[in-house]
Design a protein around this ligand. Structure first.
Ligand code: DOR
Ligand code: ZN
Length: 424
């Protein structure tokens, strides 16, 4: 099986390459790169006008299977990933049963195998994500998990959390940390501020996120564990990470398109569709997130793809579940919000979505070197299109970006040399 990608603009951020090159793929790996390559009998993809970059690595995705197949299955989630240019993803453990033992890791990987997307299930830190007893973290590591997390259900027992950090450090696994103090946020629906006041609802204050970031940065410093702050959403939170990094603490963080694009105001017109944890914040926070992306404090852009059913999202705001889908829109939103606005270079946006998360997880992904597995995305960086949730291949239609015009469209996604998505 040979595939020749001809005439594209190859952007490989980890190697600082941005140049017109052909890429020859043989038996699933990158065999050659250069100008004017030819290969007898190879399938040729004309990439003229397209950017050719490493397949995207999304380190925060909820696939919902096992247990919540009405929201999403591994197959539909992976189809959405492929359509969004994502070739590797980390699947969050809040399934039913939770991914708290090797059997569930194996089950998810088995379901994902035929899709071509490399699905790496994260292991739960506590049994059933109940925050009471640690899972067998070594067994999860042996089963191949790239990271540990109780995402969505942050551990509040600090003795347990500290012990988890010591073990995670020994095992060489990062701890992915959803930072919101549970007593401060309860099950509230929106940011605490002008919008919650206007709606007469109790809110989730920014301090709930910032306190936990501060706490867990200190625990990372104390234990030597690598703590990765999930979906950071506040300007002060970014600043805490910035200062911790400057002191040499092993802390990294990620954000999502919704946090550098939208504010809490969205809840006023979109209701539950704009409900997510942590919540959409203020314009000052959006600017703080952008500053963190610009100065390198933020290491990765992820989706936190969190599909829910139409029925669930049609409930009144206080009763609807939190979360939004993102796999099919993340590249376009990042290009639109960060690259086309002139804030970041194309290479920098792609680094945040491929090589940087791969590196922080210790994966040999996100780079187009000869000899590596051929995971690539080919996209038109200029094409304008309108996000239409009815066109999603995800089961989840819960996006606050429906109807928005964006710029940048995925044309092909290639995983280990096989085309797993092709537009049209
Ligand atoms: O909004 C969210 N939805 N935040 C989380 O942390 C969990 C996620 C979900 O699983 O629906
Ligand atoms: Zn989370």
């Amino acid at each position: 099986m040979r595939l020749l990608i001809q005439g594209g603009r190859v952007v490989d951020p980890a190697r600082n390459i941005d140049s017109q090159l052909d890429i020859l793929i043989e038996n699933g790996t990158i065999a050659h790169q250069g100008r004017g390559l030819s290969a007898e009998g190879a399938q040729v993809l004309d990439a003229a006008g397209l950017v050719v970059s490493p397949g995207l690595v999304d380190m925060h995705v909820h696939l919902r299977e096992p247990g919540f197949e009405a929201k999403e299955t591994v197959a539909t989630g992976c189809a959405a990933a492929a359509k969004g240019g994502v070739t590797t993803l980390v699947a969050m453990p809040n399934t039913r049963p939770a991914t708290d033992c090797p059997d569930i890791v194996a089950l998810v990987r088995e379901k994902a195998a035929p899709t071509g997307v490399d699905v790496l299930p994260a292991g739960a830190v506590t049994v059933g994500q109940k925050g009471q007893a640690l899972t067998d973290l070594a067994a999860l590591k042996a089963a191949g998990v790239p990271a540990l997390t109780d995402d969505g259900m942050p551990i509040q027992d600090l003795a347990l959390l500290r012990e988890a950090m010591f073990q995670a450090k020994e095992l060489g696994l990062p701890l992915l940390d959803h930072c919101e103090d549970r007593d401060l946020v309860r099950s509230y629906a929106v940011n605490e501020g002008a919008v919650s006041a206007q709606l007469g609802l109790p809110g989730r204050p920014a301090i709930a996120e910032e306190l936990q970031i501060m706490r867990d940065v200190m625990l990372a410093e104390d234990t030597g564990a690598h703590v990765h702050i999930c979906h950071i959403s506040t300007a002060k939170g970014v600043d805490i990470v910035r200062r911790a990094k400057a002191r040499g603490v092993r802390v990294t963080c990620e954000t999502c398109p919704q946090y550098f694009t939208l504010t809490e105001e969205e809840v006023l017109c979109q209701g539950a569709m704009a409900r997510v944890n942590p919540p959409l914040r203020t314009q000052a926070d959006v600017e703080g997130i952008r500053a963190g992306l610009l100065d390198g404090t933020i290491d990765a852009i992820v989706t936190d793809h969190a599909p829910h059913t139409a029925e669930e999202k049609s409930r009144p705001l206080p009763d609807a579940p939190s979360g939004m889908v993102g796999l099919e829109t993340s590249l376009a939103l990042a290009l639109t919000g960060l690259y086309h606005t002139g804030l970041l270079s194309l290479s920098r946006v792609l680094a945040l979505m491929s090589s940087s998360p791969a590196a922080l997880l210790g994966l040999s992904k996100g780079m187009l070197c000869v000899g590596r597995g051929a995971d690539l995305v080919l996209f038109d960086p200029e094409e304008e299109w309108v996000i239409d949730k009815e066109q999603f291949v995800s089961k989840g239609r819960n996006t606050p970006f429906h109807g928005r015009t964006v710029r940048g469209k995925v044309k092909y996604t290639i995983s280990r040399g096989t085309i797993i998505y092709q537009e049209g």
